[in-house]
Ligand binder design. Structure first.
Ligand code: NAP
Length: 473
């Protein structure tokens, strides 16, 4: 893959002024590149450049914004091979799904080009004779976007594109695990000819520049995707400085399999719904809650499916499960499994660790209090919890601090809707897996999983503010 050593600030590629940082291939452990991280001065420069660029950008017509956004499509297409290499070598993503991110980004651009013309205001009557009241929706200004390492291309663009389409400027702080992906995004904006400063990337350690990035006086809002722990800190800091936040955080998502479910179809969905990105997806199934009538068949078919998955080098197109992002993540997954086995769970499929590749585990006789069930594992571990009734399934599903996504399998759609309404989570899917976030559709978490909603009209609500102007006629 290419070497990504520069920051993208004010339309310029320049060296960071922070400490030296290194990035490694999570499968081979080879050094990919070293770079100077961004420091506080770089953050200052990026925010100032964004503030200057935003004013002019906001004043352009919707047609101009749409024309510019459309230019991103060929720009990204020309970077297709770089994106795939970076995703596989930096992020450990299986190469056979490498091209998918480009498709997602193009979909996101096609969705974002609708927003400049969707923004509408309100006219309200006044009790003051001769007065009219106009509510305008205007851009918030500069938006700080903070992204995690999993699915960086998509998760950064998911918020950057609508923010820019609504007339804002963006400063992106990517995860230190995947800064190269963020630099490819910057390359695309650069190639498309966006005004200098409208989109900036400052890659640096969250522990060093994170608090400064959040509390800086220029950004009006932060759009954060990452862990609940970091989200809580960002929320507290932003609250103290009266900044808006949109938070997409961790999940402990369920697949509920009711006694009338088509078990085989449910199992087919697990390949994507559990093992996409080697199990490192916020919406992936963490708990399989299965009614006793279908439990044994479910475990039998799940076991067979999981045993058929191929693990190893993500550059091999036949491999389904590659490495976790780093060894800390590997150790964390191993510890979850070990403690759950000590607590009395049974092994249906025994995983193992080779380098940073964790082969999948299937654990049965799991209770909701055991570590792989009560925590977000973020790895290829299936925990199966047996329940005896629909009510118990719902109670177990809700017994968690999280509320991001989930799914229920049943041949009775009405029953599926009733169960879904009782599960305390932002997104539920009937007869599908829980990994779903279409750009034009409502999305977001509750409880410790999220604040705010994204998708379609909800993006516009997030990235604009309403102001009142009255006129005495
Ligand atoms: P993370 O450790 O919370 O990091 C996320 C981002 O926050 C990184 O860019 C990180 O930078 C930055 N950061 C760290 N400390 C900060 C601070 N004090 N101020 C500002 N930014 C700071 O999360 P992760 O490990 O990258 O991602 C995995 C987590 O994300 C999982 O919990 C997953 O469920 C969640 N996730 C949620 C969604 C969703 O839509 N709900 C989607 C994807 C992932 P550094 O890397 O430099 O530390």
């Amino acid at each position: 893959m290419k070497q990504y050593t520069k920051q993208y600030i004010g339309g310029q590629w320049r060296e960071g002024r922070g400490k030296e940082m290194s990035n490694f291939n999570p499968y081979t452990n080879e050094l990919l590149y070293t770079y100077k991280g961004a420091n506080q001065e770089d953050v200052d420069d990026a925010y100032k450049a964004a503030q200057a660029a935003q004013v002019e950008w906001a004043a352009t017509t919707p047609a101009h914004k749409i024309q510019m956004l459309k230019k991103l499509i060929p720009a990204f297409e020309s970077l297709r091979e770089d994106m795939i290499a970076c995703d596989t070598e930096e992020g450990g993503k299986s190469i056979h799904i490498g091209g998918v991110d480009l498709n997602y980004i193009i979909e996101a651009i096609e969705d974002a080009i609708r927003y400049p013309t969707m923004i509408q205001g309100t006219i309200m009557p006044s009790n003051i004779p001769g007065r009219e009241c106009y509510g305008y929706k205007v851009p918030k200004g500069v938006i700080g976007v903070i992204s995690p390492w999993n699915h960086l291309f998509v998760l950064a663009m998911r918020y950057t594109l609508p923010a820019i389409a609504c007339g804002n400027a963006v400063v992106l702080k990517p995860s230190s695990e995947t800064p190269g992906s963020a630099m490819i995004l910057a390359e695309a904006f650069d190639k498309a000819g966006f005004p200098a400063g409208l989109f900036n990337v400052v890659a640096g350690a969250g522990s060093e520049i994170g608090d400064y990035f959040v509390t800086h006086p220029i950004p009006a809002m932060h759009s954060f995707t990452g862990s609940t722990e970091t989200g809580r800190r960002i929320s507290e800091l932003a609250g103290r400085h009266f900044k808006d936040v949109a938070l997409e955080m961790g999940g402990n998502n369920v697949m509920i399999v009711l006694d009338d479910a088509d078990v085989s179809k449910a199992i087919k969905s697990v390949g994507f719904g559990k093992f996409l990105l080697n199990g490192q997806v916020c919406m992936a199934v963490n708990r399989f809650i299965v009614m006793d009538a279908v439990h044994d068949r479910f475990v039998e078919e799940l076991t067979a499916m999981v045993k058929s998955l191929k693990c190893g080098n993500p550059s091999d197109p036949t491999v389904n499960i590659g490495p976790l992002i780093n060894n800390t993540q590997v150790k964390s997954v191993e510890a979850f499994v070990e403690k759950t086995l000590q607590a009395g769970a049974t092994v249906a499929v025994e995983g193992k660790t080779e380098g940073n590749v964790v082969h999948p585990w299937v654990l049965t006789n799991v209770s909701n209090k055991m570590p792989t069930a009560c925590c977000e594992v973020f790895g290829p571990v299936c925990s199966v919890i047996k329940v005896s009734s629909e009510e118990e399934a719902i109670a177990v599903a809700n017994d968690t601090e999280y509320g991001l996504s989930g799914c229920v399998w049943t041949e009775d759609i009405f029953r599926g809707i009733q169960v879904s309404k009782k599960v305390q989570t932002g997104n539920m899917h009937i007869n599908s897996h829980p990994i779903s976030a279409e750009y034009h559709v409502l999305f977001g978490g509750e409880k410790s999983s999220g604040r705010g909603r994204s998708g379609g009209q909800w993006y516009i609500n997030s990235f604009t503010k309403e102001v009142l102007i009255t006129v005495n006629l």
